[in-house]
Ligand binder design. Structure first.
Ligand code: UD1
Length: 366
């Protein structure tokens, strides 16, 4: 039995890494042969290759060079190239992860080509915000998937509500957390990170959602709030290419330079982990970081109006603070007054999700 494991953009690489490691560990005894497909949605060294190196992922068997473009262009390029891969490789099933354009494009392609089975890791999450490209990717991918691996109970509830059969859904925990726990063990062997205040008196920003950075007024308001926060708590911002472009385009550079926000290039997984794990506060619009901060009980402000990962707010260390300048500042003044949320780690976020996933893949392919 053969599977293709698909990844395309930065947040996908840490999700496939533990699955690939588990498949490798089991070797032929799993009865599954596998190949890796990298769609090339992210292609820069800092956005892609460094993750393969650090996460010990083998070279992809197929690299599709899809690159950037509009959503339609990007998805279309992935679909054309991935169809050829499926015809050549003849998988029994494909495994897609997360919610990026590559996830949707490969799921659609496989399903329409001889009804190849699709397993979706991180299924069922819903923000109910159809303005987010990721929400559309999630809904379409889940609608087509034969096996739905969910990270939290809300994922199962959403899928049942949408009419999916219970038998297709498996609550397996969180592969991001598998990678997190595995990489944490490496940190003591590395030289100390330079230039970080040792007492953790700093915050970390990641911000790149189109809804936050592609609109001048919204991005300006968020940066104004973060600039004020940075006068009390220095903020480090490893910046995604999309957000860097917008700062230049909207001429917001001077505002950032005059604040206590320090821009940095995108970091590798381990260097980013070293940065945020000891931070006093993380401010983000990323999906993954909401979960990672919950797994390590680091206080997190999510700069969005909604989250598809409600367990990080209900159980974990995450607070939804919205995208308005006033909302962010109000949340920060509560934080300064000592209302600091550290939360608990959700069930099954134990570093063993990939084992459960590979067990289920083996059963499904028997
Ligand atoms: C994508 C995902 C998003 C994820 C994010 C993580 C979708 C719809 N969005 O958004 O869910 O959180 O990745 O990074 O799939 N670029 C580079 N180098 C690269 C890749 C991109 O410079 O290696 C630049 C390009 O100019 C491109 C822009 O970044 O236009 C955006 O890239 P794209 O893949 O379209 O979406 P992201 O914003 O990265």
């Amino acid at each position: 039995m053969k599977i293709l494991v698909v990844a395309g953009a930065r947040p996908n690489f840490m999700k496939i890494a533990p699955i690939v490691r588990e498949l490798r560990r089991r070797g032929e005894s799993s009865g599954i042969s596998w190949e890796i497909v990298h769609t090339g949605q992210h292609y820069d060294y800092a956005m892609s290759k460094v993750f393969f190196d650090e996460l010990d992922l083998p070279e992809p068997d197929y690299f599709l060079e899809a690159g950037s473009g509009s959503h339609a262009e990007q998805a279309a390029r992935v679909m054309v190239a991935f169809e050829k891969v499926c015809l050549e490789s003849r998988p029994d099933m494909i495994v897609v992860v997360g919610d990026v354009n590559s996830t949707l494009a490969c799921a659609v392609t496989a399903k329409k080509l001889n009804n190849i089975r699709v397993a979706h890791v991180e299924a069922g999450l819903r923000s109910r915000d159809m303005g987010m490209p990721e929400e559309i990717n999630r809904i379409v991918t889940d609608a087509l998937s034969d096996l739905l691996f969910v990270t939290e109970p809300s994922g199962r509830d959403n899928l049942l509500h949408e009419g999916k059969e219970e038998g297709k859904i498996r609550l397996v925990g969180n592969v991001m957390v598998d990678t997190l726990f595995q990489q944490l063990k490496r940190i003591p062997q590395l030289p100390a990170a330079e230039g970080l205040p040792e007492d953790g008196s700093y915050g970390v920003i990641t911000l790149h959602r189109p809804s936050n950075v592609d609109d001048l007024e919204t991005f300006r308001g968020i940066l104004e709030a973060l600039g004020k926060v940075s006068l009390e708590l220095p903020l480090l911002y490893p910046i995604h290419p999309r957000a860097r472009k917008r700062i230049e385009e909207f001429q917001l550079g001077a505002m950032v330079r005059e604040s206590g926000i320090r821009l940095m290039p995108p970091l590798s997984y381990i260097n980013f982990l070293r940065l945020w794990k000891d931070a006093a506060l993380v401010l983000t619009d990323s999906g993954g970081l909401q979960e990672e901060t919950t797994a390590l009980s680091v206080p997190c402000f999510t700069v969005r109006e909604n989250t598809e990962r409600p367990i990080t707010v209900d159980v974990g260390s995450n607070t939804l603070v919205g995208t308005s300048c006033e909302g962010i500042l109000e949340a920060f003044s509560r934080f300064q007054a000592g209302q600091i949320k550290t939360g608990q780690v959700p069930d099954l976020w134990d570093g063993c999700a990939a084992e459960r996933i590979v067990d289920a893949l083996g059963d499904a392919l028997k």
